[in-house]
Write a protein that binds this ligand. Structure first.
Ligand SMILES: [Zn+2]
Length: 226
């Protein structure tokens, strides 16, 4: 046992200095005393805040330059939407896919939504009227279907955080309803991709309801505060 003259406390340690005031401690080392430290858990470093800012800056500058060139040399077409869409999508992959600590289902859902929106915009702007609709007919339902398969595969392989993912599956199911509804209004003219996406969403949900009914109940309680 050592003693600090300044703090007037006994200190159970073999350290040379007082842990409170950093004065030299009085007394001899106790050879039988084993120093006990709490396990050191380093704080996870915030993911490169400067890198995030630089990426955002480059993205904004690139989009502004493209728009400026397009508008000053106007030839009747907003052609810059295509490179801008690509840049935005790469930006989202890097910023929210790579440099983010969100769970992977969130990342997949976000990137799928971005892809769907960007490609539908490009479809509306650039496709000849008679060929228009590929984005809503094929890309939208098949992207939803792929996202659903990917998230379900992750749930199955990892078997962890099961409850966190159900929310995303339910969200995809609701989204998959949209192309089906658009079929009724003749906006979606090719039905099978939309049916496949919605069918798979229902199928996966039924599997969960059948095999893991409690997880669905818990999730609904959690989300809606019942
Ligand atoms: Zn002291």
């Amino acid at each position: 046992m050592k003693y600090c003259d300044k703090c007037h406390v006994d200190v159970q340690t073999n350290q040379k200095y007082c842990p409170l005031c950093h004065q030299v401690l009085q007394g001899d080392n106790d050879e039988t005393w084993i120093e006990l430290y709490p396990k050191f858990i380093p704080l996870r470093r915030e993911v490169l805040p400067l890198t995030k800012k630089i990426i955002l800056f480059i993205t904004i500058v690139a989009i502004a330059v493209l728009l400026a060139i397009n508008l000053t040399a106007w030839e009747g077409k907003l052609w810059s939407l295509i490179p801008i869409g690509s840049i935005l999508y790469v930006f989202m992959i890097v910023r929210y896919g790579v440099l983010s600590r969100q769970n992977i289902a969130f990342k997949l859902a976000l990137l799928t939504t971005a892809l769907i929106l960007i490609l539908n915009m490009i479809d509306q702007q650039f496709t000849e009227p008679e060929a228009r609709g590929w984005a809503i007919n094929y890309v939208t339902p098949l992207a939803l279907l792929s996202c659903n398969v990917a998230i379900s595969a992750i749930i199955w392989i990892r078997r962890i955080n099961f409850r966190d993912y159900i929310f995303y599956l339910l969200t995809i199911m609701v989204f998959s309803l949209v192309p089906i509804i658009l079929c009724l209004f003749n906006i979606v003219t090719v039905v099978w991709p939309s049916l496949a996406a919605f069918g798979l969403a229902i199928f996966i949900l039924l599997i969960i309801v059948f095999f893991f009914p409690k997880s669905i109940k818990d999730e609904i309680k959690k989300r809606f505060h019942f």
